[in-house]
Design a protein around this ligand. Structure first.
Ligand SMILES: Nc1ncnc2c1ncn2[C@@H]1O[C@H](COP(=O)(O)OP(=O)(O)OP(=O)(O)O)[C@@H](O)[C@H]1O
Ligand SMILES: [Mg+2]
Length: 343
């Protein structure tokens, strides 16, 4: 791997995003939704980081902060070493950087203007940002469509005239149209049926390789996320509980929450159907009043008295336990290694 690939394009340091909760007869702020509550990670250049966790744990909120749709409550985001908050004071530089940070949404319909046909949807931003000129834009759009596997005949049609899979391809073309370096793919296949999911995942994988894109791939389950990711971050209630090399995490999940997520992945091999599975019970807790200590402790089958009071810090999981242990691996559970020994 060359040196450039080993440097992070995106670095997130202690990111927090709190939303006000309004209540009372005279509406006022009665509390805060701690959607993201102190998260740090980096995304290596030309690699994919998978972000996985249950609904409501804060994945999309992280995505929105990374592409500049919202500003963090606290913490920093560095793009290619530049602090995005400091760039707010330099609008022209910020405008250019925004084009480099794009997002693909779960429901592309919501990100495509229903009153515009596909040509307008793709051409307008390209012309506005000077990516293309009037005499070259049609040629550039043709290239884009070719990349995402759509024929040129789609250009005169409106978003509602497409199937979900085709619409997602248009969403991908739109994200690619401004020559981005980094794309947040926010559950891009969750709304599609299984056969189409595989096509879109493969398309994203190919494009990532071909265009050397850096991706944050958000998903609910570890199956699809593992398929496309180099590294994985597992989130629970606004915090990252495990982070590391995708293969390492998939084969040797350390945190009890990751183990349960992995056990929820369907097994295609009928011979393994009787394998004991640790299924999650209860619901993800409140992010207004998160549980004290380890946020996962009310659902953790291994919780000890200490877990109710002490917030666990990320610690390195010893690698090299097996031939597959390839890279860095961290988990926020002081009992991870003991759990493994007990099993
Ligand atoms: N603008 C907002 N105002 C108030 N609360 C918000 C806002 N946006 C998100 N939230 C809350 O922040 C938390 C995290 O939401 P987010 O959409 O990031 O979750 P998610 O992990 O993407 O979930 P899903 O997998 O269902 O998409 C949720 O409790 C949500 O209700
Ligand atoms: Mg989401």
């Amino acid at each position: 791997m060359n040196r450039e690939a080993m440097t992070p394009l995106i670095e997130v340091v202690d990111l927090k995003k709190y939303y006000p909760v309004r209540g009372g007869i005279i509406p006022h702020t009665t509390g805060w939704v701690r959607a993201v509550d102190g998260v740090s990670f980096s995304v290596m250049r030309a690699q994919t980081l998978g972000l996985v966790g249950e609904s409501g744990c804060g994945k999309s909120t992280i995505g929105r902060q990374l592409v500049g749709l919202e500003s963090p409550t606290e913490g920093s985001i560095f793009y290619d070493g530049r602090d995005l908050a400091a760039l707010q004071k330099k609008p022209e530089e910020m405008r250019q950087i925004r084009t480099k940070l794009q997002m693909i949404f779960q429901d592309p319909y919501s990100s495509l203007n229903p009153r515009k046909h596909i040509y307008e949807i793709l051409a307008q931003p390209m012309l506005y940002h000077g990516i293309s000129q009037k005499d070259t834009v049609r040629r550039d759009i043709r290239k884009l469509l070719n990349m995402v596997g759509l024929p040129e005949t789609v250009l005169g049609r409106y978003p509602h005239e497409f199937s979900g899979g085709q619409r997602q391809r248009i969403g991908i073309a739109k994200a690619l149209s401004l020559n981005p370096e980094f794309i947040v793919c926010d559950e891009p296949v969750s709304a599609l049926d299984v056969s189409i999911q595989a096509q879109i995942l493969n398309l994203l994988k190919e494009l990532q390789k071909e265009l050397k894109l850096t991706l944050l791939f958000v998903g609910h389950g570890l199956g699809a996320v593992n398929y496309v990711s180099d590294r994985i971050a597992v989130m629970y209630l606004g915090r990252i509980v495990e982070y590391g090399d995708a293969r390492d995490i998939f084969v040797h999940p350390a945190h009890p929450y990751t183990q349960a997520l992995l056990d929820a992945v369907p097994i295609p091999d009928p011979g393994e159907k009787d394998k004991p599975r640790r299924l999650l019970e209860g619901e993800i807790g409140s992010n207004i009043n998160p549980p004290a200590g380890c946020r996962f402790h009310p659902r953790c089958p291994y919780a000890l008295p200490l877990c109710r009071t002490q917030e666990p810090q990320m610690q390195k999981i010893p690698s090299g336990k097996t031939a597959l242990a390839a890279g860095e691996h961290y988990a926020a559970c002081p009992y991870c290694s003991n759990i493994k020994e007990k099993e």
